[in-house]
Write a protein that binds this ligand. Structure first.
Ligand code: SF4
Length: 190
């Protein structure tokens, strides 16, 4: 059966001191446990374990801008197997914009969690120990750095993460990205 993958997407933003976001929402032990149970763990350069100290990687930034993108499919009952195709255009838009934010303001961006977008699926160089083909584009997710995204969406955006039921996509999807920076102010173009 064919499903329409038309949807509306809206970005919501929240900004707070980076130290406060880290103190309130980072739980590296618990969230790291979820990462270790994921098949991507150690199999993509965008996923942990990282070859750098994550605490250090996060430090040195005054502000944390969080972006929650709410995707509302026009059609209800879309199979969960279609979720990657539904999300892909928004992931591409968000990752391009995050890299643009780095160019504009300096700082460090955190992409939406998931399979890396920049090589054909299953061809990441990490399992063979070769360097990443696109280190200029690949950014870790907030989850990969130990942040609790469920609490982030609930407490900073007033929206709960939704999970599919009966193999169907929920009424909306939320993608959460971040940008840590030292600029006086930044503008996220929606
Ligand atoms: S760009 Fe390619 S090599 Fe680098 S993390 Fe992504 S899939 Fe792996």
């Amino acid at each position: 059966m064919e499903f329409s993958l038309r949807y509306t997407a809206r970005d919501f933003t929240a900004e707070l001191p980076a130290s406060e976001y880290t103190a309130r929402f980072r739980d590296a032990g618990r969230i790291g446990g979820y990462c270790r149970a994921c098949p991507n763990y150690g199999n993509s350069w965008g996923c942990p374990p990282f070859g750098f100290d994550v605490g250090e990687y996060l430090s040195g930034y005054a502000s944390a801008l969080l972006i929650a993108t709410k995707i509302v499919p026009e059609e209800r009952g879309i199979p969960l197997s279609e979720s990657k195709r539904l999300i892909l255009p928004e992931r591409l838009r968000l990752e391009e914009r995050l890299l643009e934010m780095e160019r504009l303001y300096g700082g460090r961006s955190f992409a939406y969690v998931g399979t890396c977008l920049y090589c054909p699926e299953g061809s990441c160089t990490r399992p063979t120990g070769e360097p990443c083909r696109h280190p200029d584009k690949v950014r870790p997710s907030l989850e990969a750095c130990g942040f609790d995204i469920g609490r982030t969406t609930t407490e900073l955006f007033g929206m709960d993460l939704k999970w599919g039921t009966d193999g169907r996509i929920p009424e909306y999807l939320l993608l959460v990205c971040g940008f840590f920076h030292n600029a006086e102010s930044v503008v996220w173009d929606k």
